[in-house]
Design a binder for this molecule. Structure first.
Ligand code: NAD
Length: 263
């Protein structure tokens, strides 16, 4: 099946590593013109080089911290100017820190609100004029299965991702008549640097190894393993592609069956 991504312009944020990087790589392999964002130029340059080495496509880099209010507009406009528009926006960033109610203060909540919820609002708002001009407009938010089934000690993520799902569904309804599709993927545990860092924190607390902590997590899936980033990225590439032209407002868990609810 041809996904129809060839020549489409895609902005992928939080893409120097992990899920964002894996998705940018697949989009480039499918012929999309890709722009990637993260905070550090060094990390972005390395990521762009890996993508170019893999599939020969040039990648435009957009350094900027998405927890700061002005970054979203600046990077989207820079990408649109460089490529002549935006067809696809994948809104992603690093996750908020772990913690319980008693551990998280006002400043932590405020920073997480900006990074995890408002970055999506600001990115989509900035991309809207370009998406309206596109004949293949699509937005994907990257959230977490924690929005459906809270994960212990990830209070900020559990709370704010649910807000992003509300935003995603609302905008699917609000923007559909302008030909703009808006979906979300709710990843389960996937083998990225963030997960290794979270497991290192758990292994310190529990006096175990990272592998033991990963194995505990893997048991949550009937496959008894966590996901590889490519397994997430293939679903993401399909959802943002013209091949998914009648799919909008979808909250797709890519979690190997970790979420135990029926709806
Ligand atoms: P990661 O930490 O490995 O990668 C995050 C990317 O975002 C990196 O490129 C990083 O440089 C960038 N980034 C971080 N903060 C940023 C900021 N303020 N501004 C711009 N860029 C920033 O994370 P990941 O595992 O790839 O996860 C991506 C998202 O998906 C996160 O929000 C994470 O919480 C969520 N998620 C991940 C998993 C998983 O198992 N990997 C599961 C559920 C949800």
């Amino acid at each position: 099946m041809d996904l129809g991504l060839n020549g489409k312009i895609a902005v992928v944020t939080g893409a120097s590593r992990g899920l964002g990087f894996a998705t940018a790589l697949i989009l480039a392999q499918e012929g999309a013109k890709v722009a990637i964002n993260a905070r550090s130029i060094g990390g972005l340059e390395k990521a762009a080089e890996r993508i170019t080495q893999n599939c020969g496509a040039p990648v435009f880099i957009l350094p900027g911290d998405l927890s700061e209010a002005g970054t979203a507009r600046q990077i989207v406009e820079t990408a649109a100017k460089h490529y002549g528009g935006v067809d696809i926006l994948i809104a992603n960033a690093g996750g908020p820190p772990p913690g319980t109610l008693e551990q998280l203060d006002e400043a932590a909540w405020s920073k997480a609100f900006d990074l995890t919820l408002m970055s999506n609002v600001r990115l989509i708002r900035a991309a809207l004029p370009y998406l309206k001009e596109s004949n293949a407009a699509s937005v994907l938010t990257i959230t977490s299965y924690a929005a459906k089934q809270p994960i212990p000690n990830l209070l900020l993520s559990n709370t704010l991702r649910a807000g992003v799902l509300g935003l995603t569904k609302s905008l699917a309804l609000e923007l559909g008549n302008q030909g703009i599709r808006v979906n979300s993927i709710l990843p389960g545990w996937t083998r990225t640097e963030r997960v290794t860092e979270l497991m290192a924190a758990r292994s310190n607390a529990n006096r175990t190894t990272i592998e033991e902590e990963l194995a505990k997590q893997a048991k949550e899936s009937p496959f008894n393993r966590i996901a590889e980033p490519e397994e997430f990225a293939r679903a993401a590439a399909f959802l943002v592609s013209p091949a998914a032209s009648y799919i909008t407002g979808v909250m797709l868990t890519v979690d190997g069956g970790m979420y135990k609810g029926t709806i």
